[in-house]
Every structure is written in structure tokens, then in C-alpha cells.
Design a protein around this ligand. Structure first.
Ligand code: PLP
Length: 549
């Protein structure tokens, strides 16, 4: 029988993470060059085994490389809401930090003994993407690996002592999530974004849905007449998150690369509360830079920089919601365009807003939903220390961090089995899979949609193809509203056995009349045959509505 709480120490072990000299890494990070997987492996080797027992506190900063030469984030405390200001640290979570005191006997917290956890082990069968040279899709992979997670795998007497086990993962934990998984996402963030300021941090989230709700409450105050800016069509759930908080959303015009920086600048420069429902000039931008939901638009590198600069000029906090970031799809149908190794893959990815954030004004939300499993309800936030600290005070009382089942399973898969190399290979496989799916959908669109009425841009990331219908060509355009025509086509699709999303569901400003007719089709879910059949039926519905032959 183990009393893991009594043994608990904050991260430590043979050598606490990384208070060590790492010249290669410091060079990489100070010049904001790419950090490599080799850098991270070397850092881990020097740091030694990670010891983070039950409810261990963890500062994600200890997993980062040297930040010498990077500026500190700006103080953006004036953006916080009154609700956020008033949050106090959770007393019981703070008390758990004393568990690190050697020999302490805890009568303090309500942590049950793991011996009463009626789960002895969990076994998983997963594809081996670390050693899979051919990057084949999951069903084709010949030799799945079996991972077993035991209750006391971290105990020194365990035959193959591990860093994380069920006795820790299934107990209460700190709201920031386990050190074991925070280490992985922090390193991954360095590989991809290497934020150019010193005091950035990460913490785990209950997916981006939960993270957005907490972030909006952290930044926005209806009594202060706050509102947020977003793409003129935006993720419906994000809009539904803001509305009941009394936070109005205002749309920024978009083109095929998403949000238009000059329009953003114009809106902010000419903001007049009397014309904007009494709302003061917005201080928050919510944007989905890659494979935007619903339009599929992807901001190019230059576009991202311009958006960042406008936000910096007007002192906006940017919520960078990027669940589709890794599903970046080649512009052509040529498979040769795809990267063949993880270094090239990382190089091929568009720069994140976080990677250009010298001020600490980007709050980036990553999610495992679209690249691993949505049911994990797991993602992570990267932001300045100031924002992460306030976010965690909310997490402590909202959810106490993500589920331990999810954390331990993803840690075993990502950290212990695949490692960074294997995870990136998996992402490359997904990229190829989604490229094929997108191409199948586009082929069907070419074949079955009436091009005199329907147009589209080839989507460059994500899961959605946005379709524009020229409503002015509709025979009833003078007597029927756009919404009526949209509803007619939607209902006709349903009766023909196709569900497609109506563009109007995503309008940032629902109180204004729509100016265009759009539908969103996803290529994520259906089989290629069904996708083709669905587009064929959509084509029939559009032809019937527009009375085309
Ligand atoms: N953000 C955007 C833009 C999305 O499209 C979605 C899912 O559709 C989410 C967030 C939800 O992410 P999560 O599953 O991590 O809550």
C-alpha cells in the first residue's frame, strides 16, 4: 500500500528540471531560431527523471529553454475583468503544496487513498508512429503497440519505474494539469512557436471550449461595455459563449485569407460607441487563423503579422484559437508538396501569432480534439504568466483541470510512446489524410454543383469547405430574403438526406441582415463515397431552388 500524498514533493527528483547550462538551446531561443527535438531530448537527459507526485504544483517555465535576451511580457492587467481581479487562490490547492515537505503526514486535504481506486490498470493499443517510417494511415499500420498503465508504476519498487501512474493521475490534482503532460505541451509549443518573450507559460485546459469561456470571463466585463471583435463569420459556439455573458461580438470583414487587417484597423480607429450599441472600443480579438470555422480561410504569414501589428497598435488581446492548425493542406493536389520528415513538417507550418508575440498579448488555445480525440476534452493554453495565473484561479473553482484519465492516457501515448518525433509523424499522416478528403470533396463539388451559382476557394487548412451561392441569381431574390432561400435549400437537403451547415448560423452580428448566402460542408466525417453522394444531393437541391436545368 502506498501513501503517495505523504511522499509528494513538487517537481524534483534527481535533478530539478532544467536549471542547467544549455548553450545550444539558449542560442536557439534567444535568437528565436527553431528549437529542435534534439535540443529537447538533451535538456531532458540533463534534467533527469521527472518526479511529480499527487497534486504536485508545477510551473511550466521550468520546462522551457533559456530565455536570455527575450523581453518580458507587457503588463496587460488593465484588460482583466472585475470578476478576474477578484479571484483568490484556492486555499485547499495552495495547502496541497505543503505535501512536498519531507515526512509530512497529511490530514489536510480530501484526497482519497489510491487503494480505494477500483482500477488497477488500463491497457491501450495504439499505432506505432515513432518507428513507422512509411507514415501509413492508422488502419494500414501493421503492428500496433500495447501500453499498460498501472496504479503504482512510479513507485521505486516498480519493475520498470515510470514518471506517471494511475495513483497520481486519478487523484485530485492542481488545476494547471499534471507536470507530466505540461512538460510535453510546453516543449511542443517551443518546437512550433518558440514565443519571443521570456515569461510565457502553459497550462492544460478542458478543451478550447472551456478555455474560451474562462478567457472571455477573464477579459470581458459587460458592466464595462466590453465587446469582442471576430471574423464576420465565426465559430457558432464561440458566439454562443460570449452572448450570455453580455459580450457583444462585432464582425470584421474577411477575404480568402480571413480577417482583413486594414478593415480591423479602420474599425478600431473609427470606433464610435454611439454607433455600436454603446460598447466601448474593443480590447479583444477572437480569431481562428488556420482553417477558420466556418469559412475555412487561412491567414498567410504576412497577413498574420499585419493582424498582430494592428492589435499591438490598438492594444488588443488576441485569442488565437487554433484547433485546425496542424491540418494545413497543400494548395495543389500534388502529394509531392507534402513534407517527408518532421523537420520539414515543422518548417512548413505557418507562423503562429504566438511566434510573433513580443508583447505577451496573444492567448493561444491549442486542442487535442481535432488531431487526437475530442472526447479527451483536453487542450492547453499558452500566454503570459500574468494571464495564465488569472486563468488558473478560475480553473481551480470551475473544473480543477482536465480529467486524470485523459491526462494519463495522452501522456502515455504522446510522451512515453511516440515522443515529439512520433507525434509530429502522426500529424503528418493526418495532414495527408485530410488532403485526400478535401480533394474528394472538391472533386465532387466540381462535378455536381452548378458553377454558375455556387463558387468556392480551395480550402488550405482544417475540415470545412465554404460554399458561396449567388443569391441575386435566385428567381425569387426580390421576394424572398436570403434567410428564406437558405432555409429552403437547407430543408430540401434534409429531405434528400444531407445535413449541411447554414452560413447564417455563424454570423458574428446576428442582429444585422445577412448580405450573402453561404453553406459549410465538412470533409472530416463521411466516407469518400458518402461525401460525393452528399454533394450530389446538395447540387440537386441548389438546382431545384434556383430552377436550373
Ligand atoms: N474552436 C474552434 C474554432 C472549433 O471549430 C472547435 C470545434 O469545432 C473548438 C474550438 C472546440 O474545441 P475543443 O474540442 O477543444 O473544445
Amino acid at each position: 500500500m502506498l501513501d503517495s500524498a505523504a511522499e509528494a514533493t513538487v517537481i524534483g527528483g534527481p535533478s530539478p528540471l532544467p536549471e542547467v547550462e544549455l548553450p545550444e538551446i539558449s542560442e536557439a531561443t534567444t535568437k528565436n531560431k527553431r528549437v529542435t527535438i534534439a535540443d529537447i531530448l538533451e535538456r531532458r537527459r540533463k534534467a533527469g527523471r521527472l518526479v511529480a507526485p499527487t497534486a504536485a504544483g508545477c510551473d511550466s517555465g521550468v520546462f522551457k529553454g533559456d530565455s536570455t535576451g527575450k523581453p518580458l511580457a507587457k503588463d496587460l492587467g488593465h484588460h482583466l475583468s472585475a470578476e478576474s481581479f477578484h479571484r483568490e487562490p484556492c486555499k485547499l490547492k495552495q495547502a496541497a503544496r505543503h505535501l512536498k515537505t519531507p515526512g509530512i503526514i497529511s490530514l489536510g486535504g480530501g484526497l482519497p487513498c489510491p487503494e480505494y481506486f477500483p482500477i488497477n490498470s488500463i491497457s491501450l493499443s495504439v499505432p506505432d508512429y515513432l518507428h513507422n517510417p512509411s507514415l501509413t494511415p492508422p488502419e494500414a499500420h501493421p503492428a500496433p503497440q500495447t501500453i499498460t498503465i498501472g496504479k503504482y508504476d512510479t513507485h521505486p519498487s516498480a519493475p520498470d519505474q515510470k514518471e506517471y501512474d494511475l495513483s497520481i493521475a486519478l487523484n485530485y490534482a492542481q488545476a494547471h494539469g499534471s507536470a507530466q503532460l505540461i512538460r510535453f505541451v510546453t516543449e511542443h509549443t517551443e518546437l512550433v512557436s518558440n514565443p519571443p518573450y521570456a515569461d510565457w507559460k502553459t497550462c492544460l485546459t478542458v478543451g478550447s471550449t472551456g478555455a474560451l469561456e474562462q478567457t472571455l470571463r477573464m477579459l470581458c466585463d459587460s458592466s464595462r461595455n466590453d465587446s469582442i471583435l471576430t471574423e464576420e463569420f465565426s465559430f457558432a459556439t464561440a458566439l454562443e459563449t460570449a452572448a450570455p455573458l453580455g459580450i457583444k461580438t462585432f464582425g470584421v470583414p474577411i477575404d480568402d485569407q480571413g480577417l482583413i487587417p486594414s478593415e480591423l484597423d479602420y474599425i478600431l480607429s473609427t470606433w464610435d460607441p454611439s454607433e455600436r450599441d454603446g460598447k466601448r472600443k474593443p480590447h479583444v480579438l477572437y480569431t481562428v487563423p488556420s482553417g477558420q470555422n466556418p469559412t475555412g480561410a487561412t491567414q498567410g504569414p504576412e497577413r498574420r503579422k499585419q493582424i498582430y501589428d494592428v492589435c499591438s497598435k490598438h492594444d488588443l488581446v488576441i485569442i488565437e484559437d487554433e484547433p485546425y492548425y496542424y491540418l494545413q493542406l497543400p494548395p495543389t493536389t500534388s502529394p509531392a508538396a507534402s513534407p517527408t520528415n518532421t523537420t520539414d513538417f515543422l518548417e512548413s507550418l505557418l507562423p503562429t501569432l504566438l511566434s510573433m508575440d513580443t508583447d505577451g498579448r496573444v492567448i493561444r488555445m491549442d486542442s487535442f480534439s481535432k488531431v487526437l480525440v475530442p472526447g479527451s476534452r483536453l487542450g492547453w493554453l499558452t500566454a503570459s504568466d500574468q494571464f495564465i495565473e488569472r486563468f488558473l484561479r478560475h480553473a481551480e473553482v470551475a473544473n480543477q483541470g482536465p480529467s486524470g484519465f485523459s491526462q494519463v492516457i495522452l501522456h502515455k501515448l504522446l510522451d512515453e510512446t511516440w515522443g515529439h518525433e512520433g507525434y509530429l509523424k502522426w500529424l503528418m499522416v493526418l495532414q495527408r489524410e485530410y488532403t485526400e478528403r478535401r480533394n474528394t470533396l472538391l472533386k465532387a463539388c466540381e462535378e455536381y454543383l452548378p458553377k454558375e451559382v455556387v463558387s468556392w476557394e480551395v480550402v488550405r487548412a482544417g475540415m470545412f469547405q465554404w460554399l458561396h451561392l449567388k443569391h441575386t441569381l435566385h428567381p425569387d431574390s426580390t421576394t424572398k430574403s436570403i434567410l428564406d432561400i437558405e432555409e429552403e435549400i437547407f430543408n430540401s437537403c434534409i429531405s434528400k438526406g444531407v445535413l449541411i451547415a447554414r452560413g447564417s448560423w455563424f454570423r458574428a452580428e446576428q442582429d444585422l441582415p445577412p448580405t450573402g448566402l453561404y453553406f459549410r460542408a465538412t470533409f472530416a466525417a463521411a466516407t469518400p463515397e458518402n461525401m460525393t453522394e452528399a454533394i450530389k444531393r446538395l447540387g440537386v437541391a441548389v438546382r431545384e431552388s434556383f430552377r436550373l436545368s
